[in-house]
Design a binder for this molecule. Structure first.
Ligand code: NAD
Ligand code: ZN
Length: 263
């Protein structure tokens, strides 16, 4: 049996599956990584900009960087891996997607295939196709002064501090709704992800080196509860030796063959 059929058999037989994705799934959509040549901005390292201290010191500079990152990602489209996962989660009960990515491509895929419900992420009927975003999303904002959160795709005017996006409810500065260095991950999202992982028969890990905690603990939680790990990654990772099946393949090529109706 080829390993792709082996992996598909395990996914078909599973009652519930948690899918954990990382930067690698979006590599096939052309989303730049932080470290690659397209990921660098001016002379800054992300660790110097993606922090609460940097935003407190110079919100204009931090928003300018996020505006640039959005402009790089906005033209990228969900690839066949995002789309196949969204369709699968939309039609099969017991499949949920958890992502470390902040590019919003799983959410766009869910909308594109009609798995997100008419109002997208907040619609209960569409929850299945909508990912749990562990690190937030570049196209969402939250208020630095109150509890307001929302989608935000408008162009950022970072020409002056006065022009930066403001909260429609209290007028305070809005910030990107992403997790910065030194910040905790959103508690409710993390506990839901771990609860799903602990109950899942299979954790399908796509495009993440699985070394960044706490996300790295998600496949471990499935394994500790007696479930299996299936991995898709062109490279060997720290998870490979613990996986029931590990496919050395690109996400856009392998994932549709694992989860689509017609393989
Ligand atoms: P990572 O950079 O540590 O690992 C990426 C993994 O993807 C590697 O194991 C690599 O072998 C694999 N990969 C490369 N091309 C692939 C392909 N075509 N198909 C499948 N796998 C492929 O990324 P990470 O584990 O997600 O962690 C990095 C952190 O950086 C995360 O916290 C994430 O939030 C952030 N980040 C996000 C994005 C995004 O939103 N798209 C992009 C860059 C970084
Ligand atoms: Zn506010």
């Amino acid at each position: 049996m080829t390993s792709i059929l082996d992996a598909r058999g395990r996914l078909d037989a599973a009652g519930s599956v948690v899918v954990l994705t990382g930067a690698g799934i979006s590599a096939d959509s052309g989303v730049p990584t932080f470290r690659g040549p397209d990921g660098l901005w001016k002379d800054y390292r992300p660790e110097e900009l993606a922090t609460p201290a940097a935003f407190a010191r110079d919100p204009r500079l931090v928003w300018e960087w996020y505006g640039w990152r959005r402009s790089k990602i906005a033209p990228c489209e969900p690839n066949p891996a995002h789309l196949a996962l969204a369709r699968w989660a939309g039609r099969r009960e017991g499949v949920r997607i958890v992502t470390q990515n902040v590019d919003g491509l799983h959410t766009r895929a869910a909308k594109a295939v009609g798995a997100a419900g008419p109002t997208g992420a907040d619609d209960a009927a569409g929850r299945a196709g909508t990912p749990l975003e562990l690190h937030g999303c570049l196209f969402r904002v939250r208020c630095t002064g109150c509890r307001f959160r929302g989608e935000h795709r408008e162009e950022i005017d970072a020409g002056s501090r006065e022009a930066l996006p403001r909260c429609p409810e209290c007028g305070a500065l809005l910030r990107p709704d992403v997790v910065w260095f030194g910040e905790a991950l959103p508690e409710a999202v993390v506990s839901e992800a771990f609860a799903l992982a602990g109950e899942a028969d299979v954790c399908l890990v796509v495009g993440t080196s699985a070394v960044v905690h706490p996300a790295a603990g998600i496949p471990a939680a499935t394994a500790a509860a007696g479930g299996e790990i299936v991995e898709v990654n062109p490279e060997v990772t720290p998870l490979t030796s613990r996986a029931a099946v590990s496919l050395r393949a690109r996400a856009a090529e392998a994932v549709p063959r694992l989860v689509s109706r017609q393989a």
